[in-house]
Design a protein around this ligand. Structure first.
Ligand code: PEP
Length: 257
């Protein structure tokens, strides 16, 4: 973390879990376990139908609401889609794009991820842009080149003012939901490479202003070590974000430097 230049962000990804009725009790338990002094932004990205409940309940605990996906289209005949305007309308401040589960199960391409990120930026929502390599790519030593390519593709046409409002989440696919976390050194190496790609595209001042998160089996036990790395500015957390005590402990880990 480097708090001098950029924000620390702890974002949860509930995926397709929870129900509206569970949001308030979750936030109450989270609040009871949350550290008193907090020096990071906390976000919970819920299914779209729970965003309003999260906005209402989250106010009590300084937790912002986020979506997990957005349409690249502004409006119209796109059954089942949710537009950036609709996310704004229900109070979302952040939205994940390019999660590996969407890339895999919904065949989302890098150019679609880029269009979605731009749709969010045009409406003032912070895109949390996910990138990350497969195990096969890591074993073939393609991690750096592949992640650099994904970052460049996701940021195409995004200008210098907008890049400061983007968050990049490095999520090695082999670490998501597997209990197998990247070592702090592995995660730092890739996050540093992501920052260097941003530096080449936008210059040093922009690069040091962008928050880069690590995601992939981050939990209450390993968070502090990962967050101590200079280019890891927070976490995108799946499984552990469904447990208020664990999620609060990850937030607390941002205080340990
Ligand atoms: C994720 O889905 O973004 C994620 C990081 O999941 P988990 O923490 O469960 O690995």
């Amino acid at each position: 973390m480097n708090r001098k230049y950029r924000k620390t962000v702890i974002a949860g990804n509930w995926k397709m879990n929870q129900l509206n009725s569970g949001v308030k009790p979750f936030i109450e338990e989270l609040k009871a376990n949350m550290p008193k002094a907090r020096n990071c932004d906390v976000v919970l990205c819920t299914p779209a139908v729970m965003i309003q409940a999260m906005v209402r309940a989250g106010k009590d605990c300084r937790v912002a609401a986020g979506g997990q996906d957005v349409s690249k289209f502004e409006k119209g005949a796109y059954t089942g889609e949710i537009s950036a305007d609709m996310l704004v309308d229900v109070g979302a401040k952040y939205c994940i794009v390019g999660h590996s589960e969407r890339r895999e199960y919904h065949h989302e391409s890098d150019s679609l991820v880029n269009e979605k990120a731009k749709a969010l930026l045009s409406r003032g929502i912070v895109p949390i842009i996910c990138v990350g390599e497969s195990l096969e790519q890591r074993e073939k030593e393609l991690t750096m080149s592949y992640v650099a390519y994904q970052v460049r593709a996701a940021l195409a046409g995004i200008d210098a003012a907008q890049i400061r409002r983007c968050i990049i989440a490095y999520e090695p696919i082999w670490a998501i939901g597997t209990g197998r976390t990247a070592t702090a050194e592995q995660a730092q190496e890739v996050c540093s490479e992501i920052r260097s790609v941003i530096r080449k595209l936008y210059g040093a001042r922009s690069a040091r202003a962008v928050s880069i998160l690590y995601g992939g089996s981050m939990n209450a036990k390993n968070a502090a070590e990962l967050l101590a790395m200079p280019d890891i500015d927070g976490g995108l957390i799946g499984g552990a974000s469904l447990k208020p005590v664990d999620f609060a402990a990850i937030v607390a880990a941002t205080a340990q430097e």
